[in-house]
Ligand binder design. Structure first.
Ligand SMILES: [Mg+2]
Length: 390
């Protein structure tokens, strides 16, 4: 079986409310959707969310990269799902000058990889979670019937953060991420208000999105430590990551790399430099399901933990892929994603993947991604189309 068509769309997904963090505010999101069609007509979909401040990609650079990556030549015949995995892992996008971290095509790569895995998964009757079973059976594979997502509080303050925290408690989340470092906000006040409302058993972690500096990072973490935070995500800009080797020891709170962890090159540097305790793995940022699985294996081998994170504005395609990852990979320290109904106005699928009470959601049955894309929904949000093959 071969791939006969590859199509990419730029889709503009409106968000239900503006999302603000220390480095950005957005009201809509430009996502990349890729569709692969096999010889027998089987369709598969993939998605990537290019973010300039994470992997240096924009929607324009991602589409341009796909156009010059000679994808048709790479689409060899696949006779089994295993041979699809080899094809997907070999997938190489064109070289990007100056991309010394090896990440500037990751969201584009993720979109193509997921579309291939979805199409061939459907054809060979393998759910996406079988990728973990086949590639990481002995070290990472652990099938689960249900997974539990974490809640998140972004930019609220004052009365709004008290209501948001109360909602998290009522909803019975077990884990909660709070964004900090937003200018003009008092994080001690905010964390205090949250902790008081969610109770002492809630696992709270914070994400500073590169807001702090080598000069103030220790003080910033230490003033929030009394609220019982279990991790600090990306306290410093990536360029200052080396400082975290000492900061980790000084503050005694686990540090998680997010913007600083986009590729295997980043992972090797983080381990070599002892700059973090956890990786925030996100499928789009890390270049797809298999690349993310390899990063989880690398973390595990080096005694680090990992979170499966998500991108604000993911549609059901990335939500489904994340669900398969979470339901098949063991020891995920924190889980984010499937915010669909809470965040995006158009999730593209006929299946609603939003988590339920307590953050719980079931593993997805069915081959490939296990969801059906609504072509009318795709047509409503698509603003540009590129035919890459066919
Ligand atoms: Mg983050």
């Amino acid at each position: 079986m071969r791939v006969k068509e590859i199509t990419a769309w730029q889709v503009l997904i409106p968000l239900k409310k503006p999302i603000q963090h220390a480095s950005h505010t957005r009201t809509e999101t430009d996502n990349l959707v890729v569709r692969v069609v096999l010889d027998d007509g089987t369709e598969g979909f993939g998605e990537g969310v290019p973010r300039e401040y994470v992997t240096g990609e924009t929607i324009d650079s991602a589409l341009a990269l796909l156009k010059r990556s000679q994808l048709p030549e790479q689409m060899e015949e696949c006779t089994s799902f295993k041979s699809t995995l080899a094809l997907a892992e070999r997938l190489r996008l064109a070289d990007i000058p100056g991309d010394e971290r090896g990440c500037q095509g990751n969201s584009a790569r993720c979109a193509v990889e997921l579309a291939l895995l979805d199409a061939f998964g459907k054809h060979h009757r393998h759910p996406l979670s079988d990728v973990t079973k086949l590639l990481a059976h002995d070290d990472l594979f652990e099938p689960k019937a249900h997974v539990r997502y974490s809640g998140a509080i972004t930019s609220s303050e004052g009365r709004k953060i008290r209501i948001a925290a109360w909602k998290m408690w009522v909803y019975n989340f077990k884990q909660l991420k709070v964004k900090v470092g937003i200018s003009g906000q008092d994080d001690v006040d905010r964390l205090g208000a949250v902790r008081w409302r969610v109770g002492k058993r809630m696992d709270i972690r914070i994400d500073a999105n590169e807001a702090w500096t080598p000069a103030n990072v220790r003080a910033k973490i230490l003033e929030l430590k009394p609220f019982g935070i279990t991790a600090v995500e990306q306290p410093l800009p990536h360029a200052d990551a080396a400082v975290l080797r000492e900061v980790r020891k000084d503050v005694g709170v686990p540090i998680m790399h997010d913007e600083s962890l986009c590729s295997m090159i980043d992972a090797e540097r983080a381990v070599g430099g002892e700059t973090c305790d956890l990786f925030n793995l996100r499928l789009s940022k890390c270049g797809g399901f298999i690349a993310t699985l390899r990063l989880a294996q690398f973390a595990q081998r080096h005694g680090l933990r990992y979170q499966l994170g998500c991108q604000v504005g993911e549609t059901a395609i990335l939500s489904a892929a994340g669900r398969h990852f979470a339901a098949s990979v063991k020891d995920i320290r924190y889980l984010e994603g499937s915010y669909d109904n809470h965040l995006v106005k158009e999730a593209l699928a006929t299946t609603n993947l939003t988590f339920g009470w307590g953050g719980w959601a079931p593993a997805l049955e069915g081959p490939g991604l296990g969801i059906t894309i609504d072509p009318k929904a795709l047509a409503r949000v698509a603003i540009r189309k590129e035919v890459l093959l066919g």
